[in-house]
Design a protein around this ligand. Structure first.
Ligand code: C2E
Ligand code: CA
Ligand code: CA
Length: 511
Protein backbone atom coordinates (compact mmCIF):
# COMPACT_ATOMS: atom_id res chain seq x y z
CA UNK A 1 0.00 0.00 0.00
CA UNK A 2 1.65 3.25 -1.08
CA UNK A 3 0.05 5.10 1.78
CA UNK A 4 1.52 2.87 4.48
CA UNK A 5 4.71 1.82 2.67
CA UNK A 6 5.59 5.47 2.50
CA UNK A 7 5.06 6.15 6.18
CA UNK A 8 6.90 2.97 7.16
CA UNK A 9 9.92 3.93 5.14
CA UNK A 10 10.08 7.36 6.70
CA UNK A 11 9.61 6.10 10.23
CA UNK A 12 13.15 6.96 11.34
CA UNK A 13 12.84 10.45 9.87
CA UNK A 14 9.51 10.86 11.61
CA UNK A 15 10.96 9.86 14.95
CA UNK A 16 13.89 12.21 14.38
CA UNK A 17 11.57 15.11 13.53
CA UNK A 18 9.38 14.36 16.57
CA UNK A 19 12.41 14.27 18.86
CA UNK A 20 13.82 17.44 17.30
CA UNK A 21 10.54 19.30 17.62
CA UNK A 22 10.51 18.34 21.30
CA UNK A 23 14.19 18.91 22.04
CA UNK A 24 14.84 22.08 20.01
CA UNK A 25 12.44 24.33 21.97
CA UNK A 26 13.90 22.95 25.21
CA UNK A 27 17.45 23.65 24.05
CA UNK A 28 16.47 27.08 22.82
CA UNK A 29 14.65 27.83 26.08
CA UNK A 30 17.67 26.58 27.97
CA UNK A 31 19.99 28.85 25.99
CA UNK A 32 17.69 31.80 26.66
CA UNK A 33 17.63 30.97 30.39
CA UNK A 34 21.42 30.68 30.36
CA UNK A 35 21.71 34.12 28.78
CA UNK A 36 19.12 35.47 31.17
CA UNK A 37 21.06 34.07 34.14
CA UNK A 38 24.24 35.67 32.75
CA UNK A 39 22.46 39.01 32.49
CA UNK A 40 21.05 38.74 36.01
CA UNK A 41 24.51 37.97 37.41
CA UNK A 42 26.08 40.81 35.43
CA UNK A 43 23.47 43.22 36.77
CA UNK A 44 24.11 41.98 40.29
CA UNK A 45 27.90 42.48 40.06
CA UNK A 46 27.45 45.93 38.53
CA UNK A 47 25.21 46.99 41.40
CA UNK A 48 27.59 45.49 43.94
CA UNK A 49 30.62 47.22 42.41
CA UNK A 50 28.77 50.54 42.27
CA UNK A 51 27.74 50.27 45.89
CA UNK A 52 31.26 49.32 47.04
CA UNK A 53 32.70 52.22 45.07
CA UNK A 54 30.27 54.59 46.74
CA UNK A 55 31.16 53.29 50.20
CA UNK A 56 34.93 53.49 49.67
CA UNK A 57 34.62 56.99 48.23
CA UNK A 58 32.63 57.97 51.30
CA UNK A 59 35.26 56.55 53.68
CA UNK A 60 38.10 58.19 51.82
CA UNK A 61 36.22 61.49 51.87
CA UNK A 62 36.69 61.38 55.66
CA UNK A 63 40.41 60.65 55.51
CA UNK A 64 40.85 63.28 52.80
CA UNK A 65 38.96 65.86 54.84
CA UNK A 66 41.10 65.12 57.93
CA UNK A 67 44.27 65.45 55.83
CA UNK A 68 43.03 68.73 54.32
CA UNK A 69 42.43 70.17 57.82
CA UNK A 70 45.83 69.04 59.09
CA UNK A 71 48.02 69.93 56.11
CA UNK A 72 48.53 73.60 57.16
CA UNK A 73 49.96 72.34 60.46
CA UNK A 74 52.77 70.43 58.76
CA UNK A 75 56.11 71.95 59.74
CA UNK A 76 54.75 73.18 63.08
CA UNK A 77 56.17 71.60 66.17
CA UNK A 78 54.64 68.24 66.99
CA UNK A 79 53.72 69.27 70.52
CA UNK A 80 51.54 72.05 69.16
CA UNK A 81 49.91 69.78 66.57
CA UNK A 82 49.25 66.57 68.54
CA UNK A 83 45.89 67.73 69.81
CA UNK A 84 44.69 68.63 66.34
CA UNK A 85 45.89 65.27 65.07
CA UNK A 86 43.99 63.38 67.75
CA UNK A 87 40.91 65.53 67.32
CA UNK A 88 40.65 64.41 63.71
CA UNK A 89 40.99 60.76 64.74
CA UNK A 90 38.23 61.16 67.25
CA UNK A 91 35.89 63.25 65.14
CA UNK A 92 36.16 61.64 61.76
CA UNK A 93 34.58 58.30 61.22
CA UNK A 94 36.85 55.59 59.76
CA UNK A 95 40.02 57.62 60.40
CA UNK A 96 42.38 55.51 62.46
CA UNK A 97 45.45 57.70 62.71
CA UNK A 98 46.76 61.03 61.46
CA UNK A 99 50.36 62.08 60.81
CA UNK A 100 52.25 65.16 59.79
CA UNK A 101 55.08 65.06 57.26
CA UNK A 102 57.67 67.63 56.46
CA UNK A 103 60.19 67.18 53.68
CA UNK A 104 59.21 63.50 53.27
CA UNK A 105 59.79 62.88 56.94
CA UNK A 106 56.94 61.73 59.14
CA UNK A 107 57.70 63.57 62.37
CA UNK A 108 54.46 63.65 64.29
CA UNK A 109 51.74 61.01 64.74
CA UNK A 110 48.41 60.92 66.55
CA UNK A 111 49.44 57.60 68.02
CA UNK A 112 53.00 58.22 69.20
CA UNK A 113 53.29 61.97 69.24
CA UNK A 114 56.80 62.73 68.12
CA UNK A 115 58.10 60.01 65.83
CA UNK A 116 60.58 59.83 63.00
CA UNK A 117 59.96 57.86 59.86
CA UNK A 118 60.98 58.26 56.21
CA UNK A 119 58.16 58.71 53.71
CA UNK A 120 58.63 57.50 50.14
CA UNK A 121 56.05 59.17 47.85
CA UNK A 122 56.72 56.38 45.32
CA UNK A 123 54.89 53.95 47.65
CA UNK A 124 51.67 55.87 47.00
CA UNK A 125 49.59 55.20 43.92
CA UNK A 126 49.25 58.50 42.07
CA UNK A 127 51.08 59.92 45.09
CA UNK A 128 47.83 59.54 47.00
CA UNK A 129 46.92 56.06 48.26
CA UNK A 130 48.87 53.14 49.71
CA UNK A 131 47.23 49.86 50.61
CA UNK A 132 49.51 48.29 53.23
CA UNK A 133 49.48 44.90 54.83
CA UNK A 134 49.65 46.38 58.34
CA UNK A 135 52.27 48.45 60.14
CA UNK A 136 54.48 47.82 63.18
CA UNK A 137 51.55 48.61 65.51
CA UNK A 138 49.09 46.21 63.87
CA UNK A 139 51.05 43.88 61.59
CA UNK A 140 49.09 41.77 59.06
CA UNK A 141 46.06 44.03 59.31
CA UNK A 142 45.17 45.93 56.19
CA UNK A 143 45.65 49.65 56.29
CA UNK A 144 44.86 52.27 53.68
CA UNK A 145 46.98 55.40 53.89
CA UNK A 146 45.86 58.65 52.31
CA UNK A 147 48.55 61.21 51.52
CA UNK A 148 48.07 64.91 50.91
CA UNK A 149 51.06 67.13 50.22
CA UNK A 150 51.87 70.67 49.37
CA UNK A 151 55.52 71.22 48.55
CA UNK A 152 57.40 70.12 51.69
CA UNK A 153 54.24 69.94 53.78
CA UNK A 154 52.39 66.71 54.00
CA UNK A 155 49.61 64.97 55.95
CA UNK A 156 48.99 61.21 56.11
CA UNK A 157 45.67 59.86 57.35
CA UNK A 158 44.97 56.15 57.62
CA UNK A 159 41.85 54.08 57.26
CA UNK A 160 41.51 50.79 59.11
CA UNK A 161 41.44 47.79 56.82
CA UNK A 162 38.78 46.30 59.06
CA UNK A 163 36.23 48.79 57.65
CA UNK A 164 37.35 48.02 54.12
CA UNK A 165 37.05 44.25 54.40
CA UNK A 166 33.71 44.73 56.16
CA UNK A 167 32.39 46.60 53.16
CA UNK A 168 33.77 43.91 50.83
CA UNK A 169 32.11 41.21 52.89
CA UNK A 170 28.76 42.86 53.58
CA UNK A 171 28.11 44.35 50.18
CA UNK A 172 29.62 41.43 48.32
CA UNK A 173 27.75 38.62 50.09
CA UNK A 174 27.60 35.97 47.29
CA UNK A 175 29.67 38.14 44.97
CA UNK A 176 33.45 38.14 45.08
CA UNK A 177 34.41 41.74 45.68
CA UNK A 178 37.98 43.10 45.55
CA UNK A 179 39.55 46.47 46.25
CA UNK A 180 42.65 47.34 44.29
CA UNK A 181 45.09 50.15 44.97
CA UNK A 182 48.07 50.16 42.62
CA UNK A 183 49.88 46.89 42.86
CA UNK A 184 48.04 45.67 45.96
CA UNK A 185 44.56 44.34 46.44
CA UNK A 186 42.32 43.44 49.30
CA UNK A 187 39.72 40.65 49.46
CA UNK A 188 36.85 40.12 51.90
CA UNK A 189 39.13 37.96 54.10
CA UNK A 190 40.96 41.17 55.06
CA UNK A 191 44.30 40.09 53.55
CA UNK A 192 46.28 42.39 51.29
CA UNK A 193 47.96 40.67 48.36
CA UNK A 194 50.45 41.93 45.81
CA UNK A 195 50.21 41.74 42.06
CA UNK A 196 47.53 42.21 39.42
CA UNK A 197 43.87 41.70 40.29
CA UNK A 198 42.77 38.12 39.69
CA UNK A 199 40.23 37.70 36.89
CA UNK A 200 36.73 36.88 38.12
CA UNK A 201 35.53 34.48 35.41
CA UNK A 202 31.78 35.09 35.57
CA UNK A 203 30.09 38.50 35.13
CA UNK A 204 33.11 40.57 36.13
CA UNK A 205 32.40 44.28 36.67
CA UNK A 206 35.18 46.75 37.33
CA UNK A 207 34.69 50.29 38.62
CA UNK A 208 37.44 52.93 38.83
CA UNK A 209 36.98 55.71 41.35
CA UNK A 210 37.06 59.20 39.86
CA UNK A 211 38.08 60.86 43.13
CA UNK A 212 40.66 58.43 44.54
CA UNK A 213 43.29 56.09 43.15
CA UNK A 214 41.49 52.79 43.64
CA UNK A 215 39.51 50.26 41.66
CA UNK A 216 36.75 47.89 42.69
CA UNK A 217 36.11 44.56 40.95
CA UNK A 218 33.07 42.34 41.45
CA UNK A 219 32.38 38.95 39.88
CA UNK A 220 31.72 35.28 40.43
CA UNK A 221 33.80 32.13 40.39
CA UNK A 222 33.60 29.56 37.56
CA UNK A 223 30.29 27.64 37.37
CA UNK A 224 28.26 30.37 39.04
CA UNK A 225 25.83 30.61 36.08
CA UNK A 226 24.85 26.94 36.46
CA UNK A 227 24.60 27.26 40.21
CA UNK A 228 22.38 30.31 39.82
CA UNK A 229 20.18 28.55 37.26
CA UNK A 230 19.78 25.45 39.36
CA UNK A 231 18.76 27.49 42.38
CA UNK A 232 16.55 30.07 40.64
CA UNK A 233 15.01 28.35 37.62
CA UNK A 234 13.61 24.93 38.60
CA UNK A 235 9.99 26.07 37.95
CA UNK A 236 11.03 27.41 34.54
CA UNK A 237 12.81 24.13 33.78
CA UNK A 238 9.61 22.22 34.50
CA UNK A 239 7.75 24.62 32.22
CA UNK A 240 10.39 24.10 29.51
CA UNK A 241 10.10 20.33 29.74
CA UNK A 242 6.34 20.69 29.57
CA UNK A 243 6.62 22.85 26.43
CA UNK A 244 9.08 20.36 24.97
CA UNK A 245 6.61 17.53 25.46
CA UNK A 246 3.75 19.62 24.03
CA UNK A 247 5.79 20.72 21.04
CA UNK A 248 7.09 17.19 20.46
CA UNK A 249 3.52 15.90 20.54
CA UNK A 250 2.38 18.61 18.15
CA UNK A 251 5.25 17.72 15.83
CA UNK A 252 4.26 14.08 16.04
CA UNK A 253 0.58 14.80 15.37
CA UNK A 254 1.33 17.18 12.50
CA UNK A 255 3.56 14.60 10.88
CA UNK A 256 0.95 11.94 11.33
CA UNK A 257 -1.55 14.28 9.75
CA UNK A 258 0.88 15.10 6.94
CA UNK A 259 1.44 11.42 6.27
CA UNK A 260 -2.23 10.55 6.65
CA UNK A 261 -3.84 8.99 3.59
CA UNK A 262 -6.08 11.95 2.83
CA UNK A 263 -3.21 14.46 2.94
CA UNK A 264 -1.11 12.21 0.73
CA UNK A 265 -4.02 11.73 -1.70
CA UNK A 266 -4.65 15.46 -1.79
CA UNK A 267 -0.99 16.02 -2.61
CA UNK A 268 -1.11 13.39 -5.36
CA UNK A 269 -4.28 14.92 -6.79
CA UNK A 270 -2.66 18.36 -6.94
CA UNK A 271 0.42 16.81 -8.52
CA UNK A 272 -1.77 15.18 -11.18
CA UNK A 273 -0.64 11.68 -10.22
CA UNK A 274 -4.05 10.04 -10.83
CA UNK A 275 -4.23 9.09 -14.47
CA UNK A 276 -6.73 7.15 -16.59
CA UNK A 277 -6.06 3.71 -18.03
CA UNK A 278 -8.42 2.37 -20.67
CA UNK A 279 -9.65 -1.18 -21.06
CA UNK A 280 -11.52 -1.97 -24.25
CA UNK A 281 -15.08 -3.32 -24.15
CA UNK A 282 -16.04 -5.33 -27.25
CA UNK A 283 -19.33 -6.27 -28.95
CA UNK A 284 -20.43 -9.76 -27.98
CA UNK A 285 -21.01 -10.81 -31.56
CA UNK A 286 -18.49 -9.01 -33.77
CA UNK A 287 -15.80 -8.53 -31.07
CA UNK A 288 -15.32 -5.03 -32.42
CA UNK A 289 -14.39 -2.37 -29.88
CA UNK A 290 -17.56 -0.77 -28.64
CA UNK A 291 -16.00 1.38 -25.99
CA UNK A 292 -13.76 1.40 -22.95
CA UNK A 293 -13.86 1.42 -19.21
CA UNK A 294 -11.77 4.17 -17.62
CA UNK A 295 -9.76 2.74 -14.72
CA UNK A 296 -7.84 4.94 -12.39
CA UNK A 297 -4.15 4.45 -11.74
CA UNK A 298 -1.91 6.29 -9.31
CA UNK A 299 1.34 7.12 -10.98
CA UNK A 300 3.24 7.36 -7.70
CA UNK A 301 6.66 9.08 -7.87
CA UNK A 302 8.29 6.39 -5.71
CA UNK A 303 6.01 3.36 -5.76
CA UNK A 304 5.38 3.40 -9.49
CA UNK A 305 1.93 2.48 -10.82
CA UNK A 306 -0.47 1.75 -7.97
CA UNK A 307 -3.61 -0.40 -8.35
CA UNK A 308 -6.91 1.39 -7.58
CA UNK A 309 -8.13 -1.04 -4.92
CA UNK A 310 -5.15 0.09 -2.79
CA UNK A 311 -6.20 3.74 -2.68
CA UNK A 312 -9.82 4.06 -3.86
CA UNK A 313 -11.19 3.04 -0.42
CA UNK A 314 -9.19 5.88 1.21
CA UNK A 315 -10.32 8.27 -1.51
CA UNK A 316 -13.94 7.31 -0.92
CA UNK A 317 -13.57 7.62 2.81
CA UNK A 318 -12.09 11.12 2.61
CA UNK A 319 -14.49 12.32 -0.10
CA UNK A 320 -11.54 13.00 -2.40
CA UNK A 321 -12.91 10.47 -4.86
CA UNK A 322 -15.18 13.21 -6.27
CA UNK A 323 -12.40 15.62 -7.35
CA UNK A 324 -10.25 12.61 -8.36
CA UNK A 325 -13.00 11.33 -10.68
CA UNK A 326 -13.48 14.85 -12.03
CA UNK A 327 -9.78 14.98 -12.88
CA UNK A 328 -10.03 11.55 -14.50
CA UNK A 329 -12.96 12.70 -16.66
CA UNK A 330 -11.09 15.84 -17.69
CA UNK A 331 -8.03 13.82 -18.71
CA UNK A 332 -10.21 11.31 -20.56
CA UNK A 333 -11.97 14.08 -22.45
CA UNK A 334 -8.65 15.74 -23.30
CA UNK A 335 -7.33 12.44 -24.70
CA UNK A 336 -10.36 11.13 -26.56
CA UNK A 337 -12.33 14.22 -27.59
CA UNK A 338 -9.87 15.18 -30.39
CA UNK A 339 -10.53 11.84 -32.13
CA UNK A 340 -14.21 11.62 -31.25
CA UNK A 341 -15.37 12.90 -34.66
CA UNK A 342 -14.01 9.71 -36.21
CA UNK A 343 -16.18 7.38 -34.06
CA UNK A 344 -18.79 5.99 -36.46
CA UNK A 345 -21.26 4.87 -33.77
CA UNK A 346 -21.52 6.18 -30.16
CA UNK A 347 -18.42 4.99 -28.31
CA UNK A 348 -19.17 3.80 -24.76
CA UNK A 349 -17.04 5.35 -22.10
CA UNK A 350 -17.47 3.78 -18.67
CA UNK A 351 -16.59 5.81 -15.61
CA UNK A 352 -16.72 4.30 -12.12
CA UNK A 353 -18.59 6.34 -9.54
CA UNK A 354 -19.25 5.80 -5.85
CA UNK A 355 -21.90 6.64 -3.29
CA UNK A 356 -20.07 9.91 -2.46
CA UNK A 357 -20.91 11.14 -5.97
CA UNK A 358 -24.61 10.79 -5.22
CA UNK A 359 -24.78 13.19 -2.28
CA UNK A 360 -25.35 16.27 -4.43
CA UNK A 361 -25.90 17.27 -8.03
CA UNK A 362 -22.27 18.15 -8.83
CA UNK A 363 -21.94 14.99 -10.88
CA UNK A 364 -24.50 16.34 -13.36
CA UNK A 365 -22.28 19.33 -14.10
CA UNK A 366 -19.19 17.13 -14.39
CA UNK A 367 -21.00 14.91 -16.90
CA UNK A 368 -22.33 17.90 -18.83
CA UNK A 369 -18.80 19.32 -19.13
CA UNK A 370 -17.47 15.89 -20.13
CA UNK A 371 -20.07 15.37 -22.84
CA UNK A 372 -19.64 18.93 -24.04
CA UNK A 373 -16.01 18.21 -24.90
CA UNK A 374 -16.90 15.55 -27.48
CA UNK A 375 -18.35 15.78 -30.96
CA UNK A 376 -22.18 15.56 -30.68
CA UNK A 377 -23.47 11.97 -30.33
CA UNK A 378 -19.95 10.56 -30.73
CA UNK A 379 -19.94 8.93 -27.29
CA UNK A 380 -22.28 7.54 -24.72
CA UNK A 381 -21.25 8.01 -21.15
CA UNK A 382 -21.92 5.08 -18.80
CA UNK A 383 -21.60 5.60 -15.07
CA UNK A 384 -20.71 2.37 -13.27
CA UNK A 385 -22.01 2.07 -9.72
CA UNK A 386 -20.95 -1.02 -7.82
CA UNK A 387 -23.67 -3.24 -6.45
CA UNK A 388 -21.63 -3.85 -3.30
CA UNK A 389 -22.39 -0.43 -1.88
CA UNK A 390 -25.70 0.59 -3.32
CA UNK A 391 -27.02 4.02 -2.57
CA UNK A 392 -30.22 4.78 -0.69
CA UNK A 393 -33.02 5.93 -2.97
CA UNK A 394 -33.87 9.48 -1.79
CA UNK A 395 -35.47 12.51 -3.36
CA UNK A 396 -32.01 13.83 -4.13
CA UNK A 397 -30.75 10.65 -5.78
CA UNK A 398 -33.90 10.49 -7.89
CA UNK A 399 -33.34 14.03 -8.99
CA UNK A 400 -29.71 13.22 -9.73
CA UNK A 401 -30.46 10.16 -11.84
CA UNK A 402 -33.28 11.91 -13.62
CA UNK A 403 -31.01 14.78 -14.58
CA UNK A 404 -28.27 12.36 -15.65
CA UNK A 405 -30.68 10.50 -17.86
CA UNK A 406 -31.83 13.84 -19.20
CA UNK A 407 -28.27 14.39 -20.38
CA UNK A 408 -28.27 10.96 -22.03
CA UNK A 409 -25.94 9.49 -19.43
CA UNK A 410 -26.45 5.75 -18.83
CA UNK A 411 -26.16 3.83 -15.57
CA UNK A 412 -24.55 0.43 -15.15
CA UNK A 413 -24.65 -1.72 -12.03
CA UNK A 414 -21.08 -2.93 -11.62
CA UNK A 415 -20.03 -6.25 -10.08
CA UNK A 416 -23.57 -7.46 -10.51
CA UNK A 417 -24.36 -10.60 -8.55
CA UNK A 418 -22.04 -9.80 -5.66
CA UNK A 419 -24.55 -7.55 -3.88
CA UNK A 420 -28.24 -7.91 -3.36
CA UNK A 421 -30.13 -5.35 -5.38
CA UNK A 422 -33.80 -6.10 -5.88
CA UNK A 423 -35.65 -5.78 -9.17
CA UNK A 424 -37.46 -2.79 -7.73
CA UNK A 425 -34.15 -1.14 -7.09
CA UNK A 426 -32.99 -1.65 -10.67
CA UNK A 427 -36.21 -0.12 -11.95
CA UNK A 428 -36.13 2.79 -9.51
CA UNK A 429 -32.78 3.97 -10.79
CA UNK A 430 -33.63 3.32 -14.38
CA UNK A 431 -30.52 1.19 -14.83
CA UNK A 432 -29.32 0.63 -18.41
CA UNK A 433 -26.62 -2.04 -18.01
CA UNK A 434 -25.65 -4.85 -15.73
CA UNK A 435 -21.98 -5.71 -15.52
CA UNK A 436 -21.68 -9.36 -14.57
CA UNK A 437 -18.95 -9.73 -11.99
CA UNK A 438 -15.84 -11.55 -13.15
CA UNK A 439 -16.28 -14.20 -10.47
CA UNK A 440 -19.31 -15.53 -12.40
CA UNK A 441 -17.49 -15.41 -15.72
CA UNK A 442 -14.71 -17.42 -14.13
CA UNK A 443 -17.28 -20.15 -13.36
CA UNK A 444 -17.83 -20.92 -17.00
CA UNK A 445 -16.62 -24.46 -17.60
CA UNK A 446 -16.84 -25.24 -13.91
CA UNK A 447 -19.72 -27.04 -12.19
CA UNK A 448 -23.33 -26.93 -13.34
CA UNK A 449 -24.59 -24.96 -10.30
CA UNK A 450 -22.28 -21.98 -10.92
CA UNK A 451 -23.20 -21.93 -14.54
CA UNK A 452 -26.83 -21.93 -13.50
CA UNK A 453 -26.35 -18.70 -11.51
CA UNK A 454 -24.70 -17.05 -14.50
CA UNK A 455 -27.51 -18.19 -16.77
CA UNK A 456 -30.12 -16.73 -14.40
CA UNK A 457 -28.37 -13.34 -14.37
CA UNK A 458 -28.28 -13.28 -18.16
CA UNK A 459 -31.94 -14.33 -18.27
CA UNK A 460 -32.96 -11.70 -15.73
CA UNK A 461 -31.30 -8.88 -17.62
CA UNK A 462 -32.94 -9.97 -20.85
CA UNK A 463 -36.34 -9.91 -19.10
CA UNK A 464 -35.65 -6.44 -17.69
CA UNK A 465 -34.48 -5.32 -21.08
CA UNK A 466 -31.05 -4.33 -19.76
CA UNK A 467 -27.80 -4.45 -21.66
CA UNK A 468 -25.23 -6.91 -20.28
CA UNK A 469 -21.50 -6.52 -20.02
CA UNK A 470 -19.48 -9.56 -18.93
CA UNK A 471 -16.28 -8.68 -17.09
CA UNK A 472 -13.07 -10.60 -16.70
CA UNK A 473 -13.27 -12.57 -19.91
CA UNK A 474 -9.94 -14.32 -20.11
CA UNK A 475 -10.47 -17.41 -22.22
CA UNK A 476 -11.89 -18.22 -25.62
CA UNK A 477 -14.26 -20.73 -23.96
CA UNK A 478 -15.73 -17.97 -21.76
CA UNK A 479 -16.06 -15.66 -24.75
CA UNK A 480 -17.82 -18.33 -26.84
CA UNK A 481 -20.19 -19.23 -24.02
CA UNK A 482 -21.17 -15.60 -23.39
CA UNK A 483 -21.65 -14.90 -27.09
CA UNK A 484 -23.79 -18.00 -27.42
CA UNK A 485 -25.94 -16.65 -24.57
CA UNK A 486 -26.37 -13.29 -26.30
CA UNK A 487 -24.31 -11.23 -23.89
CA UNK A 488 -24.07 -7.80 -25.57
CA UNK A 489 -20.63 -6.70 -24.44
CA UNK A 490 -17.47 -8.43 -23.29
CA UNK A 491 -14.53 -7.04 -21.34
CA UNK A 492 -11.40 -8.84 -20.24
CA UNK A 493 -7.76 -9.60 -20.78
CA UNK A 494 -8.70 -11.75 -23.77
CA UNK A 495 -9.51 -8.57 -25.67
CA UNK A 496 -7.21 -6.10 -24.02
CA UNK A 497 -5.71 -5.17 -20.69
CA UNK A 498 -6.15 -1.70 -19.20
CA UNK A 499 -3.60 0.53 -20.96
CA UNK A 500 -2.39 4.12 -20.92
CA UNK A 501 -4.21 6.71 -23.04
CA UNK A 502 -1.61 6.90 -25.83
CA UNK A 503 -1.52 3.07 -26.22
CA UNK A 504 -5.30 2.96 -26.22
CA UNK A 505 -5.64 5.60 -28.96
CA UNK A 506 -2.98 3.81 -30.95
CA UNK A 507 -4.75 0.44 -30.59
CA UNK A 508 -8.13 2.04 -31.30
CA UNK A 509 -6.93 3.24 -34.71
CA UNK A 510 -6.29 -0.40 -35.65
CA UNK A 511 -9.83 -1.45 -34.72
P1 C2E B 1 -14.03 -2.78 -11.60
O1 C2E B 1 -14.79 -1.51 -11.82
O2 C2E B 1 -14.79 -4.02 -11.45
O3 C2E B 1 -12.96 -2.84 -12.77
C1 C2E B 1 -12.62 -4.03 -13.39
C2 C2E B 1 -11.38 -4.57 -12.82
O4 C2E B 1 -11.12 -5.83 -13.35
C3 C2E B 1 -10.18 -3.70 -13.21
O5 C2E B 1 -9.27 -3.76 -12.16
C4 C2E B 1 -9.62 -4.46 -14.39
O6 C2E B 1 -8.25 -4.24 -14.61
C5 C2E B 1 -9.87 -5.86 -13.97
N1 C2E B 1 -9.96 -6.73 -15.12
C6 C2E B 1 -10.39 -6.47 -16.38
N2 C2E B 1 -10.33 -7.57 -17.16
C7 C2E B 1 -9.84 -8.56 -16.37
C8 C2E B 1 -9.58 -9.95 -16.63
O7 C2E B 1 -9.74 -10.49 -17.71
N3 C2E B 1 -9.14 -10.67 -15.58
C9 C2E B 1 -8.94 -10.13 -14.36
N4 C2E B 1 -8.48 -10.89 -13.38
N5 C2E B 1 -9.18 -8.81 -14.08
C10 C2E B 1 -9.64 -8.05 -15.10
P2 C2E B 1 -8.59 -2.51 -11.66
O8 C2E B 1 -8.30 -1.57 -12.77
O9 C2E B 1 -7.49 -2.95 -10.79
O10 C2E B 1 -9.70 -1.83 -10.81
C11 C2E B 1 -10.14 -2.42 -9.66
C12 C2E B 1 -11.34 -1.71 -9.12
O11 C2E B 1 -11.01 -0.40 -8.67
C13 C2E B 1 -12.40 -1.48 -10.14
O12 C2E B 1 -13.12 -2.63 -10.30
C14 C2E B 1 -13.19 -0.38 -9.52
O13 C2E B 1 -14.07 -0.89 -8.55
C15 C2E B 1 -12.13 0.40 -8.85
N6 C2E B 1 -11.81 1.53 -9.70
C16 C2E B 1 -10.94 1.61 -10.71
N7 C2E B 1 -10.93 2.84 -11.24
C17 C2E B 1 -11.83 3.55 -10.54
C18 C2E B 1 -12.32 4.88 -10.62
O14 C2E B 1 -11.90 5.70 -11.47
N8 C2E B 1 -13.27 5.26 -9.72
C19 C2E B 1 -13.76 4.37 -8.81
N9 C2E B 1 -14.69 4.82 -7.96
N10 C2E B 1 -13.34 3.12 -8.71
C20 C2E B 1 -12.39 2.71 -9.57
CA1 CA C 1 -16.20 -0.85 -13.22
CA1 CA D 1 -16.53 -5.05 -11.87
Amino acid sequence: MPLTVKSRRKRSTRIAVTVLSGVLPVLLGFAILYMQAGRALQQSTEQTADEALRQFNLMLDNTAEAARVLLPLAGNSCNDATLALREQVTRRPFVRSTNLVYDNNLYCSSLFGEHQEKVNPGDYTQGQLWLMNGNPVTPNTALLVYRLSDEKKGALTTLDGYHLSNVLRLIGRQTSLLLQVGNHWLAADGKVRDGALPVLPVAQSVRVSKQYAFTVAAGFPEGETWRYMSSEYPPLFSLLIFFGVVSGSIGHILQKRASSPSVELQRALEAGEFIPYFQPVVHGDTKKWSGAEVLMRWSHPKEGLVRPDLFIPFAEHSGLIVPMTRSLMQQTAALLAPISASFDSPFHIGINITASHCQDLELVEDCRTFLGAFAPDSISLVLELTERELIEPTALTHQLFEQLHGLGVMIAIDDFGTGHSSLGYLRQFNVDFLKIDQSFVAMIGADALSRHILDSIIELSAKLDLGIVAEGVETQEQSDYLTAHNVNFLQGYLFGRPMPGADFINALSHH
